[in-house]
Design a protein around this ligand. Structure first.
Ligand code: C2E
Ligand code: CA
Ligand code: CA
Ligand code: CA
Length: 278
């Protein structure tokens, strides 16, 4: 049985069983993570062509007492699958709002703090109303928030999506399409939805100067976005070569390890202030 299991069906199903068990375990641990204060937000700067921080993206971290840091790419999909994403999303929103208030008290000026919203969260009936209520209650101006949505959020009824987005946009919240270029939806939504920004996916950025066709795609996306009056943020900028190419082709802002990794609250405030002075 062992021999057969080495590369055969038996091992495969045992592995699948293990993965499923592990997922269930993580899901049940995640349920307690908020109450146990195991979650935190880190913030990554998005800089303009002068290196000034125009925006920061809030990114969720989970530090489990036994398992250590569990990456969001592992637990966000599990949260989406188990209905925990609403609770998690609400926690992220409240935490980011507290940070926005701290920034205001410190006198730090940013265009916005960007928050990731999962498709499942966004497609909940009352998302826009609930969000605006929370902001009102906390005294946060809606224009201090930018929402990052992937194209998956647009795959359902486009009329419903548009209604929610119009409501958010009218209130002053800006909306960015995250991971642009990796989704499967048709591009026609770019014309009909009230978007502010495209985030050029890191997979394109990482191929800059690797081959001509990658360069052509990057250029085409930037030009198309500008033609539609959308800003472009390049994600995952890691090298000077990538940065210079993007700059040269009119990309509006930049995010990636070349500038900074995501930072804890106190460190991001220091970062924003230090680049502002230099
Ligand atoms: P994302 O929204 O595309 O976020 C960018 C990811 O790229 C982050 O990974 C960030 O740490 C990483 N990154 C930034 N610069 C670089 C770089 O130069 N090189 C490389 N290799 N990576 C870079 P992270 O924090 O692990 O988050 C992964 C994904 O998890 C996010 O992708 C987002 O889809 C999701 N996520 C994170 N926080 C939240 C949240 O609060 N809510 C929801 N719904 N999703 C979240
Ligand atoms: Ca994002
Ligand atoms: Ca992204
Ligand atoms: Ca991504």
């Amino acid at each position: 049985v062992k021999e057969r299991g080495r590369d055969g069906y038996l091992l495969y199903s045992a592995e699948m069983e293990e993965v499923a068990q592990h997922s269930l375990f993580i899901q049940s641990e995640l349920r307690g993570a908020i109450a146990e204060k195991q979650l935190s937000l880190v913030y990554q700067p998005i800089v303009d062509c002068r290196g000034l921080v125009v925006c920061v993206e809030a990114l969720l971290r989970w530090n489990h007492p036994q398992m250590g840091n569990i990456p969001p790419s592992t637990f966000i999909p599990l949260a989406e699958g188990s209905g925990l994403i609403e609770e998690l999303g609400e926690w992220v929103l409240l935490e980011a709002c507290a940070f926005i208030n701290t920034l205001q008290e410190t006198g730090v000026l940013l265009d916005a703090v960007a928050i990731n919203v999962s498709a499942r969260q966004f497609n909940q009936g009352e998302f826009a109303e609930d969000l605006l209520k929370v902001l009102h209650r906390l005294g946060i101006k809606p224009n201090a928030i930018e929402l990052e949505l992937t194209e998956y959020a647009l795959l359902t009824n486009l009329d419903v999506v548009k209604q929610a987005m119009d409501k958010l946009r009218q209130a002053g919240i800006s909306i960015a399409i995250d991971d642009f270029g990796t989704g499967y939806s048709s591009l026609s939504y770019l014309q009909s939805l009230p978007l502010s920004r495209l985030k050029l996916d890191a997979s394109f950025v990482s191929k800059i100067d690797v081959n001509e066709s990658s360069n052509a795609i990057v250029k085409a996306i930037i030009d198309m976005a500008h033609g539609l009056n959308l800003n472009v943020v390049a994600e995952g900028v890691e090298t000077q070569t990538q940065y210079e190419f993007l700059l040269q082709h009119g990309c509006d802002s930049f995010q990636g390890y070349l500038f900074s990794r995501p930072l804890k609250q106190a460190d991001i405030v220091n970062y924003i202030e230090s680049v502002a002075v230099n």
